[in-house]
Design a protein around this ligand. Structure first.
Ligand code: ADP
Length: 228
């Protein structure tokens, strides 16, 4: 699904250059749940931004389903993100004034898909994450784990092949976090999707199929886990 070749990303601040990614090559296959770990500053977020077309490499190539996405215009990047990627964040990023189903519906409505079709699909997705009885609740009326399940449903509304998760269990207790990891694994293993998760949590990483360790902008280790 994804193939990165020699990806370099540098930041220049006040005459100094930091190589956030220093020649990263990586293949990601569909049907897999990957985690990216490593110390702070290792380049994990920068890598996730590259995979989600939130940033462009200085050099190197990023191919997604055979298409080069490393050097798209801003409009092309936005269209790519809307249709091909579902994002899940540590702090859920739900809109507080909208109900659960309305939050799930937002990406589809912004893409011009009709309200009736979108509402039906949003409710189906909430049912699939175990929230069929919470569709009208606002975020403030939900627990952290329930909010993250709403965010998972939202990430799936456009049926994207790639799900990117940035510390999705970072704000949850371990039991609730396990439920979210099981849902993410189910999403990855159900077929044509890949899930890539950045985490600091060793237990969360151990729940994935493949563990990529970054250090100083490079891939330091790339291993299958016991869960795979
Ligand atoms: P991680 O997610 O592993 O903590 P990052 O990808 O955020 O690491 O950062 C990698 C390196 O790039 C760090 O040295 C960081 O300071 C630098 N960096 C990241 N984003 C920026 C930015 N917007 N401007 C300047 N330097 C940045």
């Amino acid at each position: 699904m994804l193939e990165l070749t020699d990806v370099v990303r540098e930041y220049r601040i006040g005459g100094q250059t930091v190589r956030a990614l220093d020649g990263v090559s990586l293949r990601v296959e569909a049907g897999r749940f990957l985690s990216v770990v490593g110390p702070s500053g290792a380049g994990k977020s920068t890598l996730l931004h590259m995979l989600g077309a939130l940033d462009s490499p200085g050099s190197g190539s990023i191919r997604f389903l055979g298409r080069e996405i490393g050097h798209l215009s801003e409009n092309q990047q936005a269209a790519f993100r809307r249709n091909q990627v579902g994002f899940v964040f540590q702090f859920f990023n739900l809109l507080p004034t909208l109900s659960a189903w309305e939050n799930v519906a937002v990406p589809a409505l912004l893409d011009g898909i009709g309200m009736r079709k979108t509402r039906t699909r949003a409710i189906e997705l909430l049912e699939s994450v175990g929230l069929g009885d919470r569709v009208r609740h606002r975020p403030s009326e939900l627990s952290g784990g329930q909010m993250q399940r709403v965010a998972l449903a939202r990430a799936l509304i456009m049926d994207p092949p790639l799900i990117l998760a940035d510390e999705p269990t970072g704000n949850l207790d371990s039991h609730t976090g396990t439920t979210i990891l099981e849902l993410l694994a189910g999403i990855a293993h159900s077929g044509d999707r890949a899930v890539v998760m950045v985490t600091h949590n060793p237990a969360a990483a151990a729940a994935t199929d493949r563990l990529i360790t970054m250090r100083d902008g490079r891939i330091d280790a790339d291993e299958q886990t016991a869960a795979s």
